[in-house]
Design a protein around this ligand. Structure first.
Ligand SMILES: [Fe+2]
Length: 344
């Protein structure tokens, strides 16, 4: 015979477990979404307004940017370790600005870690910018939800940007020196995935983004901002060609530096961003992330195509390729790139 009180206890425990599981799945998996600003509709005939762009006045002779990439916050027991890598880089290099090139958060906890990234970055008291990678929005929160957090952060320069050009978070930060145009920083969303010949592949820039880049760059040049650099996550197809040519040169030190320990994981097609960059002649450097164990920087057809250094041990990495990248824009507008390694 079944003991009724034991039976009741078992039912009670099962009910509690089911309620806990329901709450947990609600916390982790029910999506939360933000809203696109419908006024951010862009068209080629729009009038350009320079004052609508964020501007930073360069204080000293040089402007020092710390590029962080692929922080991949998602494992609670690794959070402190990742924070320490970032804090060490900021403390040792004293940058004027931080740019994060995607995959800052990852997995179902992206909501919690978006707020963590905001808190950590704001704590340094310097301007910071961020673009999305292919993994950022794979969790509970979408890009507009994360965008609201970034747009409302105290020191963050992020903007959702036009919602109709492709991607979320395409925006420009201008640098001035003595009040005069100095350099422009393009932050672009290289999107996530695409289907190509029936297979899931990494995405690339959409035609609308390239048209917007052309419009923005042309107007910037007309307003004295004749030099720019671009930050995004997934490397352009040309990163692979650039590396091959550099290899053929016998790794000429005048052309590049760094390593390639995995394939350049780019889109299977080229929508023409690099050709547009060359045509306009303003963008001197591009900075990507995405491939955690590639950190090369190579000049290709007059443009420096560069990877940042993976900035955390989360997801996958090589022990000896951990840190960040210091990009120094000098007074004469020449640019120095140096990886800063942090011991694992
Ligand atoms: Fe990544």
């Amino acid at each position: 015979m079944i003991n009724i009180s034991v039976f009741k206890k078992v039912i009670f425990i099962i009910a509690i477990v089911l309620i806990c599981l329901a709450i947990l799945s609600l916390i982790l998996f029910v999506p939360v979404s933000g809203k696109a600003n419908e006024n951010d509709y862009w068209k080629m005939t729009d009038e350009f307004d320079l004052s609508a762009l964020d501007t930073i006045e360069v204080e000293g002779e040089d402007f020092k940017i710390l590029q962080l990439t692929d922080l991949h916050y998602y494992m609670p027991h690794m959070t402190k370790d990742t924070d320490n890598v970032v804090k060490t880089l900021v403390k040792e290099n004293n940058p004027d600005m931080i740019v994060i090139t995607g995959d800052s958060v990852f997995g179902p906890t992206n909501l919690i870690y978006t707020e963590h990234v905001v808190e950590l970055m704001d704590s340094f008291g310097i301007p910071w910018a961020i673009v999305y990678g292919n993994h950022d929005d794979e969790g509970k929160a979408d890009k507009f939800w994360m965008g609201e957090k970034y747009e409302n952060a105290k020191n963050c320069l992020y903007h959702n940007g036009p919602y109709n050009i492709g991607g979320t978070g395409n925006y420009v930060v201008n640098l001035t020196k003595d009040g005069e145009p100095f350099y422009s920083l393009f932050m672009m969303d290289s999107n996530t995935y695409m289907t190509y010949e029936g297979k899931k592949e990494y995405a690339c820039f959409e035609m609308g983004q390239i048209a917007w880049y052309e419009w923005m760059t042309t107007n910037l040049i007309n307003n004295g901002f004749d030099k720019s650099m671009m930050f995004f996550h997934i490397p352009l197809v040309q990163y692979a060609t650039a590396y091959d040519e550099w290899e053929e040169s016998g790794f000429d030190e005048n052309i590049g530096f760094g390593e390639k320990r995995e394939d350049v994981c780019c889109a299977p097609v080229d929508t023409g961003m690099f050709d547009m960059i060359k045509k306009l002649g303003s963008t001197t450097h591009t900075f990507a992330g995405h491939d955690h164990v590639n950190n090369f920087s190579v000049e290709y057809q007059g443009v420096v195509l560069s990877y940042g250094l993976k900035s955390s041990k989360q997801f996958y990495n090589d022990k000896d390729l951990l840190g960040g990248t210091i990009i120094t824009i000098k007074g004469d507008k020449s640019v120095d790139i140096e990886h800063k390694y942090v011991k694992a």
